[in-house]
Design a binder for this molecule. Structure first.
Ligand SMILES: [Zn+2]
Length: 158
């Protein structure tokens, strides 16, 4: 079974970012009316993630998230879709959901161009979003996200 694709409503935007870190194709319904969310979800075969009971009932595929806490929302998604990756995969842009592409390090890149020069010099993998230009690399931020995901995954076994 292919991994589910999601459409996160405006109330669960932080959850959408984590799902993108995990490589899940997750659109964010910022500024969309409910009818539009339902229509796009159906057209693109996406599961609507929402805290809105009426919207959840209206969508063909949906997961109603009852908690306001990010961790509880994540656990609810992970329980409903146990095959989702629980790691940082560097395959989706967390800003715009674009598919990330591996980028060759440019050793001539000037310091301060966004990526720490030490990363470039060490030849560590870099990734770029072709849609918005945002770049990603393994660093302190991804280490924090990995820690958070590991802690949340621990909740699943309880
Ligand atoms: Zn992007």
């Amino acid at each position: 079974m292919a991994a589910p694709r999601f459409l996160a409503d405006e109330m669960v935007g932080r959850l959408a970012r984590y799902l993108r870190f995990q490589g899940c194709d997750t659109r964010y319904a910022k500024g969309m009316a409910d009818d539009e969310i339902v229509r796009i979800a159906e057209a693109e075969d996406r599961v609507v993630l929402t805290r809105d009971r009426a919207l959840a009932a209206h969508a063909r595929r949906s997961l109603l998230l009852t908690s306001t806490a990010l961790k509880d929302q994540w656990v609810a998604v992970a329980r409903a879709f146990p095959d989702l990756p629980r790691e940082v995969t560097f395959t989706r842009c967390t800003v715009c959901n674009g598919p990330l592409a591996r980028e060759e390090p440019h050793r001539a890149e000037p310091e301060g161009a966004g990526v720490p020069w030490s990363r470039i010099h060490a030849g560590l993998p870099l990734y770029r979003c072709p849609d918005c230009g945002h770049r990603y690399w393994e660093g302190s931020h991804t280490a924090r996200v990995r820690d958070v995901l590991r802690a949340w995954a621990g909740e699943l076994d309880r």
